[in-house]
Write a protein that binds this ligand. Structure first.
Ligand SMILES: Cc1cc2nc3c(=O)[nH]c(=O)nc-3n(C[C@H](O)[C@H](O)[C@H](O)COP(=O)(O)OP(=O)(O)OC[C@H]3O[C@@H](n4cnc5c(N)ncnc54)[C@H](O)[C@@H]3O)c2cc1C
Length: 394
């Protein structure tokens, strides 16, 4: 039986572990935390991410917990429409799902062929030509035919195999929250949509009421705010007060949602990305190999909501290639398939970053013009890039 060690129990690591196990691999999943712990936020999955989950046979689990996200358009803080909402066929709509629900669905997909070891921090990777790959935590060496590095933006495996890829700040911080359905404000207008301001962005989506989206147990309203600058060191109460000041006067439902948010709902994160991207995502080693997957391979700012979607694409692509080819060939084919795809999505994301992070009065005026002319095109292109992905033929 072929064996794999997957490092990292985030969305990417869970998805690929289940996929390999369902294809008959013996999988060991190593996670540094003492348990697999999803963030109490939500994630938007574009059609490419949904397609990847379906290819991984996780469609039913997703359908039970996801809520379709109608096109809410894009506005400026003065209410002016940058992109009007359009009717979009349901199969082309993104969905929003609570991360805890998504984790539950991924964990249900692990089956009994995955040995989950928590509290294991991988510190080294053995990538010696001719030998099977292995990772170590200082006490044990975990050897396998395949090592999947799904250990996130700070991946120790990537640092050793692709040291030229640096983790840098994206120049902005993000705040997210899910307001549970029972204390969500009663809104007169649609929740979903995006508002772009000078260095600030606000996105909201309804997760529905409890039970209104099938088996989902976690309804409510999800929002995400990004602001140019560093993460704030103040306690959540002060961060919330700052957010309410920054977004004062923005069109509905921004103020209502910030008013209904409690400090404990708030999740703050400094946004970081890989620059440049790794030169390789696949490293054949003797009869086996190592691959980079998810944020370990292509961490990017969340402006297009594509990080997790790409991690699922990675997992689906790897699973299909491994089914049809020898292991070293599959590792090389994975590299060939995933690098151009990730580079294309990162390119679109960086164009959005450039528009979003303009600061200074003159620059702002230029940015406002740019927002009127470029953003609809960027968003349109980004949506197309996202929708275009198809599972590669084996
Ligand atoms: C504010 C924000 C909003 C976002 N919104 C969206 C969205 O709407 N849609 C979307 O598609 N994407 C979104 N993303 C991106 C998405 O969250 C990530 O791309 C995705 O979660 C990456 O998953 P991952 O499994 O690759 O990495 P991670 O989630 O980082 O998981 C890595 C795992 O590896 C473990 N680990 C790390 N190092 C080691 C080690 N040495 N040994 C053992 N274990 C280790 C970690 O503990 C962790 O569990 C967003 C990101 C942010 C920051």
């Amino acid at each position: 039986m072929r064996t794999a060690v997957v490092v990292g129990g985030g969305l990417g690591g869970l998805a690929v572990s289940g996929a390999l196990a369902r294809s008959g691999w013996q999988v060991t999943l190593l996670e540094q935390a003492d348990r697999i712990r999803p963030e109490p936020t939500a994630v938007v999955l574009w059609p490419n991410g949904v397609r990847a989950l379906r290819a991984l046979d996780l469609g039913a689990g997703l359908d039970a917990v996801a809520t379709a996200l109608p096109d809410g358009g894009v506005r400026r803080p003065d209410g002016h429409w940058l992109v009007q909402p359009r009717p979009v066929p349901v199969e082309r709509l993104p969905v929003v799902v609570h991360r805890e629900d998504l984790h539950d669905a991924l964990i249900a997909g692990l089956g009994d062929r995955v040995e989950l070891r928590t509290g294991v921090t991988v510190r080294t990777v053995r990538a010696t030509p001719g030998a099977r790959p292995a990772v170590g935590d200082g006490r044990h060496l975990y050897e396998a035919d395949l090592v999947v590095a799904a250990d996130g933006v700070d991946s120790v495996i990537r640092r050793q195999l692709a040291p030229g890829a640096n983790v840098v700040s994206s120049g902005c911080a993000a705040w997210r929250a899910v307001i549970p359905w029972y204390r969500a404000p009663n809104l007169s207008e649609s929740v979903s949509g995006e508002i772009l301001g000078a260095g600030y962005r606000f996105v909201a989506a309804s997760l529905g009421e409890r039970g209104s989206s099938g088996a989902s147990s976690r309804g409510g309203i999800y929002w995400m705010a990004t602001a140019a600058g560093a993460a704030r060191p103040e306690p959540p109460q002060t961060q919330l007060a700052l957010l309410r000041r920054w977004y004062a006067g923005w069109p509905g439902p921004v103020e209502e949602l910030l008013a209904a948010t409690e400090p404990d709902d708030l999740v703050q994160q400094e946004i970081r990305e890989l620059r440049p991207l790794p030169k390789a995502y696949g490293f054949p080693l003797g009869p086996g190999g190592v691959v980079l997957l998810g944020d370990a391979a292509h961490a990017m700012p969340p402006h297009l909501g594509q990080g997790a979607c790409l991690a699922f694409e990675d997992a689906a692509t790897l699973a299909v290639l491994l089914r049809e080819s020898t292991l070293p060939d599959a590792v090389l084919a994975y590299d060939r398939a995933r690098r151009p795809r990730a580079a294309a999505v990162v390119r679109q994301t960086r164009r959005m970053s450039a528009v979003l992070q303009t600061r200074g009065r003159l620059a702002l005026r230029a940015r406002d013009v740019a927002l009127n002319t470029i953003t609809p095109r960027i968003l349109g292109t980004a949506a197309t890039v996202a929708a275009q992905w198809r599972l590669p033929p084996p």
